[in-house]
Design a protein around this ligand. Structure first.
Ligand code: NAI
Length: 246
């Protein structure tokens, strides 16, 4: 991998919270210099300071990833990235008959289009052997009560496969992780009843931890994975094995 200040450089979106935050910490422990990007400035700065106090090489940039010009300008201001983790995403529930075009556009803007902007800009300068990991969702297989989210994550899996084909000649590997229920602040958008319904569908009987996803990202961005691209790795406690998606 190309070195930056003797360390490879990684960027994690949505790095101020949940599995993005766990991934920032994990990659910094793995030896990356990590750029944490998030729109929540207060949280981003607090968490960056906390990680730096542990001796980790982390810096943050506060921006809204749906601001195309700001995203492209950020990447142009950075050295080439060795690893990109497209983790930021939004989730909310809407009944099938109530979901609006605005809901679909909101979900697509961040869960798909922001990923495409960032990936395209990063790919212009990413060195051979770079790694891109997109955080999709097990829900892309099908789930009830959030059709706009399901569709946006299925689109992200499609974009992952397209990117893998486009970038394979440069040995840039692009994979997706499909988390199941993971205990992060994102779940505050579930009512207690819906949370109970989701837990009931977990073969393991419990939600995963943000670190479970961070470890999978660590594997996919490592130099050991030289022959895995365009794949979806499920980190879902077996929920994708069967049963009806709630
Ligand atoms: P979270 O809500 O804890 O963290 C998401 C972070 O992304 C937040 O810090 C937020 O400020 C940031 N963000 C959102 N929109 C942004 C934007 N436009 N610009 C910049 N930053 C933005 O969420 P969590 O659970 O860690 O989710 C991470 C990813 O995992 C998301 O893509 C989500 O869809 C996906 N996922 C989560 C699951 C779960 O059970 N928590 C299950 C499956 C997938």
């Amino acid at each position: 991998m190309t070195q930056h200040n003797t360390k490879p450089l990684a960027l994690v979106t949505g790095g101020a919270s949940g599995m993005g935050l766990a991934t920032v910490g994990r990659l910094a422990h793995d030896g990356f210099a990590v750029v944490l990007v998030d729109r929540d400035g207060k949280l981003a700065e607090t968490e960056t300071a906390r990680l730096k106090a542990q001796g980790l090489d982390v810096r943050c940039h506060v921006l809204d990833l749906t601001d195309e010009a700001a995203v492209r300008a950020l990447i142009q201001s950075l050295p080439p990235l060795n690893a990109l983790v497209n983790n930021a995403g939004i989730f909310d529930e809407r009944k099938f008959l109530d979901v609006s075009n605005t809901d679909f556009r909101r979900a697509y803007e961040i869960n798909l289009i922001a990923v495409a902007t960032l990936t395209q800009e990063v790919a212009k300068t990413m060195p051979n052997g770079g790694r891109i990991v997109n955080i999709a969702s097990r829900a892309y297989l099908g789930a009830k009560n959030h059709p706009h989210y399901v569709a946006s994550k299925a689109a992200l899996v499609g974009y992952t496969r397209a990117s893998a084909m486009e970038l394979a000649a440069r040995n840039i590997l692009v994979n997706a992780i499909a988390p199941g229920l993971i205990d992060t602040p994102l779940l505050r958008n579930l009512t207690p009843e819906r949370m109970a319904a989701q837990l009931a569908l977990q073969p393991t009987g419990k939600a995963g931890r943000p670190e479970d996803v961070a470890h999978a990202v660590s594997f996919l961005v490592s130099a050991q994975t030289d022959f895995i691209t365009g794949q979806v790795i499920f980190v879902d406690g077996g929920k994708s094995l069967g049963g009806s998606g709630a």
